[in-house]
Design a protein around this ligand. Structure first.
Ligand SMILES: [Zn+2]
Ligand SMILES: [Zn+2]
Length: 331
C-alpha cells in the first residue's frame, strides 16, 4: 500500500491574501485572527508588489507565510482598465528570513502599497516585466534563485488561455479556484482547464484553491477556498516542505480524508462529497456519484494511463482537486 497523500496531520491554509498594506481592507493581525477563528492554520500574505515580512504573527497554532503578488500586463505597465490580458504571480518565500524581493518595479506599484516603497528591500535592479512566456519564465527563474515558490493566480479572470501557457516552465502551483474572482468579480474561476493544459505539456504544478481575499465587502471573499497541507507538525518549513513535496490538495468544499494506492487500485476516502471523478492522461476516466454522499471511491489503474488525478464535487457544486499522480507512483 502506498499513500498518495501522506498519513499525516492536515492543516488548512489560505495561500493568497491581501491586507491594508496594499488594496485589502484589514490589517495583517486582523486577517490572522479572522482566519484562525475559521479553522485555518496558516495564511500567505501576498500584498501587491511589496514584500513585507509578518513573522511576528507566527505562533504555535498559526503560521504567517511571507510573499507578494506581481502582475505582468499585456501592453506594458502604463495601461489601465481591464481590456488587456495579464499574468498575476504570487511569490512565496521558502524561508522566513527572506526579506529581499526580486523583479521590483516601483512604477508598477499602485494605491496604498506606494507608502511602503521606502521600506522595501530589493535586489538593486529596477525590473521591466514583459508579457510573454519568456517574460514569465524570467520571473520564475529569478524567484527560484532567490528562494521563492511561484504560484500562477486566477488565470480565468486574467483571460489567459492555452496560448498564454505555451512555453512556461517551472511554475510551482496553479490556482484552480479563486474566491475573489468567483464572488466579487463574478468570474467562473473554478476550473481545471488551465491546469490540465500544464499537465498536457508535461509540467506538474500543484493545484491551489485560494481566497485572494481583499475584504472590501466584509468576509464575502474569505473562507471560500483552501489548500490542505499534510505534515507532521505546524511550522513555516513544514508547510513549505509539504508544498514542495506536493502533499496538498485544493478545495472549495469537499474533504479528502485519505488517498492511497494498493494492488493497482486508487482508493479515496471522502467527506462532504457527492461525486468523484478519476481522470487520466488518456481519455479513460471514471465517475462515481451518490446524491446522499460518498465516503469512498476507487479506480483500477492501467499502466498506459500516464497519470491519475481526482476531482471531487459537493452537493452545492463546489470542487476539490488533487495533483496528477504518475502511474509509476501507483503501480
Ligand atoms: Zn491578482
Ligand atoms: Zn491577489
Amino acid at each position: 500500500m502506498r499513500y498518495l497523500l501522506p498519513n499525516k496531520k492536515q492543516y488548512k491554509v489560505n495561500l493568497h491574501a491581501h491586507t491594508n498594506i496594499s488594496d485589502g481592507e484589514l490589517s495583517p493581525l486582523e486577517i490572522k485572527e479572522l482566519y484562525k477563528k475559521n479553522g485555518y492554520s496558516a495564511v500567505a500574505f501576498t500584498d501587491h508588489d511589496v514584500l513585507m515580512t509578518h513573522n511576528d504573527l507566527s505562533d504555535d497554532s498559526f503560521i504567517a507565510l511571507n510573499g507578494y503578488e506581481l502582475k505582468i500586463n499585456e501592453g506594458g505597465v502604463e495601461h489601465a482598465g481591464y481590456k488587456y490580458k495579464s499574468y498575476h504571480l504570487n511569490l512565496i518565500a521558502k524561508d522566513e528570513s527572506i526579506d529581499t524581493q526580486v523583479c521590483f518595479n516601483p512604477d508598477r506599484i499602485t494605491d496604498e502599497a506606494r507608502r511602503f516603497i521606502p521600506f522595501v528591500k530589493h535586489d538593486g535592479e529596477i525590473y521591466r516585466e514583459e508579457y510573454s512566456a519568456d517574460g514569465v519564465n524570467d520571473i520564475i527563474n529569478r524567484a527560484h534563485a532567490a528562494g521563492f515558490l511561484i504560484h500562477y493566480n486566477h488565470p480565468v479572470w486574467c483571460k489567459n488561455n492555452y496560448s498564454d501557457l505555451d512555453g512556461i516552465h517551472g511554475m510551482d502551483g496553479v490556482e484552480l479556484i479563486n474566491t475573489n474572482s468567483l464572488v466579487i468579480k463574478h468570474i467562473p474561476e473554478d476550473t481545471d482547464a488551465i491546469y490540465a493544459g500544464f499537465l498536457e505539456r508535461g509540467e506538474y504544478p500543484y493545484p491551489l484553491a485560494c481566497d485572494d481575499n481583499h475584504n472590501q465587502h466584509g468576509t464575502s471573499d474569505s473562507f471560500g477556498a483552501f489548500n490542505m497541507v499534510f505534515c507532521d507538525s505546524l511550522s513555516y518549513h513544514s508547510i513549505i516542505d509539504a508544498l514542495q513535496e506536493q502533499s496538498t490538495y485544493a478545495s472549495a468544499g469537499p474533504i479528502i480524508k485519505a488517498l492511497w494506492a494498493e494492488n493497482g487500485i486508487v482508493h479515496i476516502e471522502t467527506e462532504n462529497t457527492v461525486c468523484v471523478h478519476f481522470l487520466t492522461a488518456t481519455r479513460k476516466a471514471k465517475r462515481v456519484y451518490d446524491e446522499t454522499g460518498l465516503d469512498m471511491a476507487s479506480f483500477r489503474v492501467d499502466g498506459d494511463y500516464g497519470y491519475v488525478r481526482i476531482v471531487l464535487t459537493d452537493k452545492d457544486g463546489n470542487h476539490a482537486y488533487t495533483r496528477a499522480y504518475g502511474v509509476d507512483e501507483i503501480l
